[in-house]
Design a protein around this ligand. Structure first.
Ligand SMILES: Cc1cc2nc3c(=O)[nH]c(=O)nc-3n(C[C@H](O)[C@H](O)[C@H](O)COP(=O)(O)OP(=O)(O)OC[C@H]3O[C@@H](n4cnc5c(N)ncnc54)[C@H](O)[C@@H]3O)c2cc1C
Ligand SMILES: *[C@@H]1O[C@H](CO)[C@@H](O)[C@H](O)[C@H]1NC(C)=O
Ligand SMILES: *[C@@H]1O[C@H](CO)[C@@H](O)[C@H](O)[C@H]1NC(C)=O
Length: 462
């Protein structure tokens, strides 16, 4: 009898989703063995900025812990340090334009990532360093760098994958974990389109000195994620960890500094409006001009108040030039401060999803608005579910892929649409009466959510 060949799986994209899948397949190798190869278009782990903060939820961490072996899990505290009791509250407060709290969803306390992963009801989040999580997940993974996938050709038994360097390789299953602009998705499902919100956002990763953090905390308490709603369709978002970052020797300031991600969103029409009547050129290759643009919008759209002054002060900390050469504290690489379009992909927006040996995972299938912080969680959940489905792999029956897709489509489409609704709700310009209505609704919701959570905690012990 012919010996059974070990099937080959290619993962294209070494982001959070692709790497989680890699670990899960290796972890399961006693149950089902695969040849796994993972390809990444970046040239090295430090090729580009890998992001400051993402939120990992109880569901995301559960899946992450399912995927990774204990040797990797033991490094997780580097990327997701446990909340510091009394110093950090891992949750979100939403305030109005002057800093009055409108919505403060209840927070379930947890000690560390293991306790977080056990929370089975509601949504709890830990603010995670994306760059360090990527590093932790890269450990021991033989990523093939500089391998940009450009297209594939599917046959009965498998898939021929072509790379930009001209090479071609064969696999039995191709997993596209290649992010929102996935060439694999574009080829597999050309009719699945990216949806544009008409909202622009600018994101900056900054290091904030302690005295400014104290000012933020005076308004928001020690909550790590703060959103403030403007009245002109603009909103501001801040997500931090109150753990001092190590500074380089030559940085003379003794004051502790903290990692803060700052986001300002506004209706894209405002890119064309001359808000202060003087002609200003915004060039996305010139960070100083983008930061000036954001500050001008804040000055124009926001009322005169302490919160507005604080936002302006924070935006002043964003790097105004593109650094060249090795970069000092706190940035190992540089996050270009640019205007970006808010986009998503609803995977259920097309009539049918063709199931084949080419499978999608993460942002490639269902990029979503970052407003609820669910993107990375769904990518990691996909990896977990797909690795379980692959246990059923046989050479001539790939219906396990359909089973994975069924669950994935339902879960992620719901989150894409939820995130879309919340984004639009907080981006609609409103007049004074509208402000009154909005504030009243959110305050009532706040009371109700907190009440139901209280009732819930009486009924369920978790
Ligand atoms: C550099 C970076 C920084 C980010 N920063 C943040 C952040 O600060 N906050 C936040 O909320 N979210 C951030 N995100 C998005 C967040 O990580 C994703 O929403 C989430 O992790 C989904 O993961 P994913 O694995 O599906 O895709 P991603 O994490 O986007 O990974 C996709 C990977 O595929 C690679 N790739 C793309 N095309 C090809 C190709 N043709 N061939 C080979 N490889 C390819 C990309 O280089 C990337 O490494 C960031 C994403 C990236 C890539
Ligand atoms: C968030 O809002 C609540 C409710 O108004 C407020 O009491 C609290 O100080 C704010 N910050 C934190 C960390 O909860
Ligand atoms: C193919 O596999 C699925 C399980 O993934 C199973 O339910 C189905 O019966 C199989 N079909 C055939 C023809 O073996």
């Amino acid at each position: 009898m012919q010996q059974e060949k070990i099937p080959t799986i290619f993962i294209v994209g070494a982001g959070l989703g692709g790497l989680s899948l890699y670990h899960a397949l290796i972890k399961n190798k006693d149950k089902k063995e695969f040849n796994v190869k993972i390809f990444e278009r970046e040239s090295s782990p430090t090729d580009r900025w890998q992001g400051y903060h993402i939120g990992l939820t109880n569901y995301g961490t559960q899946s992450l812990l399912n995927c990774i072996p204990s040797s990797i899990a033991s490094n997780l505290p580097k990327a997701m340090p446990s909340p510091i009791p009394g110093v950090e509250t891992h949750g979100i407060n939403i305030t109005d334009q002057v800093g009055n709290v409108l919505l403060a969803p209840p927070i379930k306390p947890y000690k560390d990532v293991y306790e977080l992963a056990k929370i089975s009801r509601g949504l709890s989040t830990i603010v995670t360093y994306r760059d360090r999580l990527r590093d932790v997940l890269l450990e021991g993974v033989p990523v093939q760098w500089n391998k940009k996938c450009v297209k594939y050709v599917e046959t009965q038994e498998g898939v021929w994958v072509s790379f930009e360097d001209g090479s071609q390789e064969f696999c039995n299953i191709l997993v596209g974990a290649d992010g929102i602009n996935s060439p694999i998705r574009k080829q597999k499902l050309p009719e699945l389109q990216i949806f544009n919100y008409g909202i622009t956002h600018v994101c900056a990763d900054i290091s904030v000195p302690k005295h400014l953090i104290n000012k933020i905390n005076k308004i928001n308490g020690n909550i790590l994620a703060c959103k403030t709603l403007g009245t002109k369709g603009d909103s501001s978002f801040m997500i931090s960890r109150f753990i001092p970052i190590e500074q380089e020797q030559n940085d003379k300031k003794d004051e502790p500094h903290y990692r803060v991600t700052l986001v300002y969103s506004y209706p894209s029409e405002l890119n064309n409006v001359d808000v202060e009547s003087d002609k200003v050129k915004v060039d996305d290759n010139d960070p100083a001009s983008v930061i000036e643009h954001v500050k001008r919008l804040i000055r124009t759209l926001r009322p005169d108040c302490e919160l507005t002054d604080l936002l302006l002060e924070l935006w002043d900390l964003a790097p105004k030039t593109i650094p060249n050469g090795p970069i000092k504290f706190p940035f190992k690489t540089y996050n270009p401060v640019q205007r970006r379009m808010m986009q998503d992909i609803d995977p259920m927006s097309i009539k049918s999803w063709t199931s084949s040996r080419v499978v999608l995972l993460g942002d490639a299938a269902h990029a979503m608005s970052p407003v609820l912080g669910l993107g990375a969680n769904n990518a990691i959940q996909d990896a977990d579910k797909l690795s379980q489905a692959l246990l059923k792999y046989t050479d001539n029956n790939i219906s396990f892929i359909k089973e994975y897709e069924k669950e994935m489509l339902k879960r992620t489409s719901a989150d894409v649409l939820k995130s879309r609704t919340v984004t639009f709700k907080s981006s609609t310009p409103i007049g004074p009466f509208g402000v009154f209505i909005r504030d009243s609704i959110l305050k009532v919701m706040n009371v109700m959510i907190n009440f139901y959570n209280f009732a819930d905690s009486l009924i369920f012990k978790n």
